[in-house]
Each structure stands twice: as structure tokens, then as C-alpha cells.
Design a protein around this ligand. Structure first.
Ligand code: FES
Length: 104
């Protein structure tokens, strides 16, 4: 486990339920999701091939990859179905005064 730095990446109001957004933090592409009033962050690139999950389809705590329709749980990064076999990296998130911070 490495210590990360908290980086401000977005405003909480900009992240609507079931409408993931992509942010870039240094060289990392991160997808942000709003689920039941909480914000979650995962790596934005699918672990199967190369697709942006922020362009995928979110339904509650699941996001479906736009390329081959594999699905992940956005809260813990778990791969939920074929063709995905590798879990997705997740990031700690905190919201302070309406600003979203991700630990990278
Ligand atoms: S690239 Fe995401 S399921 Fe294939």
C-alpha cells in the first residue's frame, strides 16, 4: 500500500447519478461515479482492452464497458462478468465543501 496525495478533481455537483465523468490527474485517467449520494472513483480504462468507462453505461453501482459490455462494480472495482477477468483499480474519495478529492 503506497501513500497517495489528495488531489482535487471535480465539483460534486458535476457528477450526476448514472452519468460517470472522466477526469485526468497527472497521467492517470479516473472515472467518477455518483451512487446514492456518494462519489466513487475508479481507473477510467477497462482492464479488458482499451475503452473509457466514463463513456460506458452506469446503472447504480455498476458500469458497463462501452466496447464489449463487460461490467464492474464501481464501489470496489470487482469485475462482474465476461469478458473481463481483472478487477479495476479504485481510489479513495472525499468530498469537502462541494469539492471532490481523489487519493492518487
Ligand atoms: S474493453 Fe471493456 S469489456 Fe472489452
Amino acid at each position: 500500500m503506497t501513500d497517495g496525495n489528495w488531489q482535487q478533481v471535480a465539483k460534486a455537483d458535476d457528477i450526476k447519478p448514472d452519468e460517470p465523468i472522466k477526469v485526468t490527474c497527472g497521467t492517470e485517467e479516473i472515472a467518477l461515479y455518483h451512487v446514492d449520494g456518494e462519489i466513487y472513483a475508479t481507473h477510467n480504462i477497462c482492464t479488458h482492452a482499451y475503452a473509457s468507462l466514463a463513456d460506458g453505461f452506469q446503472e447504480g453501482a455498476e458500469v458497463e464497458c462501452p466496447l464489449h459490455e463487460g461490467r464492474f462494480n464501481v464501489k470496489n472495482g470487482r469485475a462482474l462478468c465476461a469478458p473481463i477477468t481483472e478487477d479495476l483499480k479504485t481510489y479513495e474519495v472525499k468530498v469537502d465543501n462541494g469539492a471532490v478529492f481523489v487519493k492518487v
